[in-house]
Design a protein around this ligand. Structure first.
Ligand SMILES: NC(=O)c1ccc[n+]([C@@H]2O[C@H](COP(=O)([O-])OP(=O)(O)OC[C@H]3O[C@@H](n4cnc5c(N)ncnc54)[C@H](O)[C@@H]3O)[C@@H](O)[C@H]2O)c1
Length: 461
């Protein structure tokens, strides 16, 4: 493991930005090369995993780009409810790609091994369960479900089918989060006391005002197919193309973004989740007809377990200011803090053993000059080590250039299908990330504290 102090390897550039000369996380297998080589070895020319994607929107295409990097994966069919996205699939992947508006047609095809579910949240459970029941392995986007209760049927179908289910919070496979877990376990920050997790953004796309094609109509969009179990209403392109803004189809900032933050935290701590949640927030800025908040904060309590003492988490999504830190997780422990950002972990030590304070904001400065000199001499003689540690510096770990946790997550999925190995985010892990996220919605909309059972994955009250 390559670590250095910040002073050792960070250089200031002319603009005052930190030059990116940090060493990579020297994980034994930073890019899953071993798994990828094994997959290549085990995969004969005809031993393909034939993949169909349901939901060819932003994440459908992103997943596809990651999936086809994993050896043996062949993209064969696309399903979507807007015709333009099916045309796009052929433009990008060729005319041989089968296209349909009806996902059930794909489940009946014997030559399809795996289904990626990248639809709006309200379809996740139905398509995942149908696919598992038809003997397909499933990569289901996060949040695993639209409503907590739907999660139990998904887990049951996963178990009954014996097929591989990977839920799509890619941090579950990220070497960054696994490295942080190793560091945490080794005592790098002592005992965790408080955690902070934020996703802050300020842009129209960041706040889900996505483009609506000019040809959107009931001819080009299967509106009834989209509604599914949502309340019936007339065609509304806003609701179809910006479904995240409506509770009928999406899960608000909690299901969309808290879920990533919970996943990362649970990987680092080996935690099953919190036991108490209280959320607040409001719709402060993006008042475009949406019925979900654009600012949401929650105070979340974690109980003591074998892997961590009791601690508190402060979690936030904010769409009116990108300055707070996008996708930042900070763990504050008795001996230091660990900060996880995009591609890097920073550890700052804060413990000076048992030495009392000295310098800075200290009563020492109220002493006479003569006494200050005497005191300094005495202090340095008594606490030479702690004095030297006054500026312990930082340790930084960084993912290798080009590292992509989506590819890592897909590698885990395909490896699970091929070898039967446990994936990094099965149905239970998926619900343990989605459950507390959706419980913050219950707290916010119900204006109450939610008591959560992290083992049973259920609301207690
Ligand atoms: N893991 C991540 O980092 C990440 C990032 C973005 C989105 N997501 C998740 O991916 C999912 C999709 O998000 P998106 O941004 O791609 O949305 P999107 O609106 O761009 O695409 C969703 C697509 O699903 C299609 N669809 C909806 N219901 C369908 C059905 N029954 N059958 C076939 N197609 C259907 C729609 O036509 C649409 O094209 C969401 O659950 C979201 O939370 C995950």
């Amino acid at each position: 493991m390559a670590i250095k102090t910040r002073r050792d390897f960070l250089k200031k550039t002319g603009t005052g930005l930190l030059a990116a000369t940090m060493p990579a996380i020297a994980s034994a297998d930073p890019k899953n090369t071993q798994i990828i080589e094994d997959l290549q070895k085990n995969a004969g020319p005809n031993d393909k995993i034939r993949l169909a994607v349901v939901g060819m929107g932003i994440m459908g295409y992103n997943n596809l780009a990651a999936a086809v990097k994993v050896p043996g994966v062949e993209f064969v069919a696309a399903c979507d409810l807007y015709d333009g996205r099916l045309t796009r699939a052929k433009e990008l992947y060729g005319d041989n790609i089968a296209t349909t508006r009806n996902y059930r047609e794909l489940l009946d095809r014997k030559d399809i091994d795996a289904i990626c579910v990248a639809t709006s949240d309200h379809w996740h459970d139905r398509i995942t369960i149908d696919a598992l029941n038809k003997g397909k392995s499933v990569y289901c986007e996060k949040p695993m479900v639209h409503k907590i209760e739907e999660g139990y049927a998904v887990i049951e179908a996963e178990k009954k089918s014996g097929k591989t289910l990977q839920v799509g919070s890619q941090r579950a496979s990220s070497i960054l989060y696994h490295k942080a877990a190793e560091l945490y376990k080794s005592g790098a920050i002592g005992q965790l006391i408080i955690a902070e997790a934020n996703t802050d953004r300020f842009s129209a796309n960041g706040a889900w005002q996505y483009s609506i094609p000019t040809d959107a109509s009931e001819k080009t969009v299967d509106w009834k197919g989209f509604l599914g179990d949502a309340p019936v209403r007339d065609f509304d392109p806003l609701r179809f193309f910006r479904w995240r803004n409506y509770q009928d189809y999406g899960t608000g900032v909690a299901g969309d973004l808290f879920v990533h933050l919970f996943t990362g935290l649970h990987v680092v701590l080996g935690s099953q989740g919190p036991n108490r949640i209280f959320a607040s927030g409001g719709l402060r800025f993006w008042k475009d007809g949406r019925d979900v908040p654009d600012v949401m904060l929650a105070v979340v309590d974690y109980p003591q377990t074998a892997s961590h003492a009791a601690f508190n988490l402060q979690i936030r999504v904010n769409f009116v200011d990108s300055g707070g830190g996008s996708n930042l997780l900070r763990l504050i422990g008795t001996e230091g803090t660990m900060e996880l950002g995009w591609g890097q972990i920073i550890i700052k030590k804060n413990k000076l053993d048992d030495a009392p304070g000295y310098g800075g904001w200290d009563s020492y400065e109220t002493f006479s000059s003569a006494q200050q000199k005497e005191y300094e001499k005495w202090y340095k003689a008594k606490y030479p080590v702690n004095y030297a540690m006054k500026d312990p510096g930082e340790q930084i770990y960084q993912t290798p250039d080009g590292y992509d946790d989506n590819v890592a997550h897909w590698t885990s999925f395909i490896n699970g299908i091929r070898t039967g190995a446990k994936v990094t985010e099965d149905g239970s892990f998926g619900l343990r990330s989605a459950g507390p996220s959706l419980a913050t919605n219950l707290s916010y909309f119900g204006n109450k504290v939610i008591n959560w059972d992290p083992v049973k994955m259920a609301v207690i009250s």
